[in-house]
Design a protein around this ligand. Structure first.
Ligand SMILES: [Mg+2]
Length: 395
């Protein structure tokens, strides 16, 4: 955070002398409060930052009374107080972060975009929940590869009013960061950089860097016919929780809960299966893995396509969450559990790193080279159409 915002090339913005002075004084105050400037930040840079972020208007006031630079400084302070990682040599404050992976490791990198109205709703999801879920989505991808988290990068775009706190209260952004940092702390993931901009809708883009010993990452492409299919935790809880949240929002508009029963919590505060992914990789237990972010049926199809195999799910074996239906367990997204395959001879414990593991089916040969999904209910075996989350889909 702060890196890209303070990283303007001389050609990137043209600021007239009058605009520059007005913006500069708007930013640092009059008489100028020189202390606001970061070490090494020139006055012209400060003016350009203020100009580009405020398009010539008076800078936004944040809850602590400062402008955008204050917000960046506050984020930097919080990041410095948060999780530290020995792979992160240099975090927020320079043009780039510096990472130093350990000998013999390779980096796993994933990015995930959350947009208001698409991935969350401002009227349904408390900002802390949006912050938590933003990071959880990235961490879950690392878990699926068996990678340990090294650093996170967060870019936030928000309408002006979300960066401003009402009298004596935190802004939406401050509360978003509360949720983000609480999960980052729990998973020892330092925030190492990012960007901040005014935007017409709230959006959060997170990049997660993980590390894994060379050639050992869990891949989607390793499943073979005869392998058994497993899933962690329970299924369908997140989408059942989302339905509850939507009903609650209609019945009792106003501040929404940020936790609740199991399903509501599964939706609001998903727990990425990092430790389970690490154990699967270290133990050489899995032949292929993927996290269930788009729904079991859709993510199983991804795994089958990458491995060139088919799969048969056993309906009566699915660990369906208490408030969820079979339909929700099959197609509901955002459970952030791990779906993996293992050789039939591999002994898979019933629980790994404290998370239940259930065998839910098996892998079969592709049908004339075409991966197929089947659902077995008792003696009846039927084709299963993936109906999970898919952007730009006509469904
Ligand atoms: Mg994923």
């Amino acid at each position: 955070m702060g890196q890209k915002s303070l990283q303007f090339s001389p050609e990137s913005e043209t600021v007239s002398a009058r605009q520059g002075l007005w913006i500069l004084f708007g930013t640092v105050g009059w008489p100028p409060r020189w202390g606001i400037l970061e070490r090494g930040t020139t006055l012209i840079t400060a003016a350009r930052v203020a100009y580009s972020q405020n398009v010539g208007k008076r800078p936004t006031k944040t809850a602590d009374g400062g402008g955008e630079l204050d917000l960046l400084r506050a984020i930097r302070r919080r990041a410095a107080k948060g999780a530290r990682g020995r792979d992160l040599r240099l975090g927020i404050g320079d043009d780039c972060a510096l990472l130093r992976p350990r000998e013999g490791e390779e980096l796993a990198v994933t990015t995930d975009l959350s947009i208001a109205g698409r991935h969350f709703r401002l009227e349904w999801h408390p900002p802390e929940v949006v912050g938590w879920r933003t990071l959880a989505r990235g961490l879950s991808d690392l878990a699926a590869m068996g990678a340990r988290p090294v650093a996170a990068f967060l870019s936030l775009g928000v309408p002006r009013e979300l960066a401003v706190g009402a009298e004596d209260s935190k802004s939406w952004v401050d509360r978003f960061l509360d949720g983000f940092f609480s999960l980052a702390e729990a998973y020892k993931t330092p925030l190492a950089g990012g960007d901040l901009a005014e935007a017409p809708v709230a959006l959060a883009d997170v990049v997660l860097i993980g590390a894994v010993p060379r050639e050992t990452a869990l891949l989607r492409s390793g499943a073979r016919p005869g392998d058994l299919l497993y899933v962690t935790g329970s299924l369908g809880g997140a989408v059942a929780g989302l339905k509850m949240l939507a009903e609650l929002a209609v019945a009792e508009p106003g501040p929404m809960p940020d936790q609740g029963n199991d399903s509501l919590s599964a939706h609001l505060r998903p727990k990425p299966r990092i430790q389970t992914g690490l154990s699967l990789r270290r133990g050489g237990l899995a032949t292929a893995a993927i996290d269930i972010s788009d729904g079991l049926s859709t993510d199983l199809r991804h795994l089958c396509e990458e491995s060139g195999v088919s799969a048969i799910l056993q309906a009566d074996r699915l660990p369906i969450a208490a408030e969820a239906s079979l339909e929700q367990a099959l197609h509901g997204g955002e459970d952030y559990e791990l779906l993996f395959t293992a050789c039939p001879g591999t002994r898979i414990p019933r629980s790994i790193a404290g998370v239940a593991v259930t065998q839910i089916g098996e892998i079969a040969a592709a049908n004339q080279g075409k991966p197929a999904l089947m659902l077995a209910t008792g003696c009846i075996v039927e084709p299963l159409e993936p109906r999970g989350w898919e952007h730009f889909s006509a469904r």
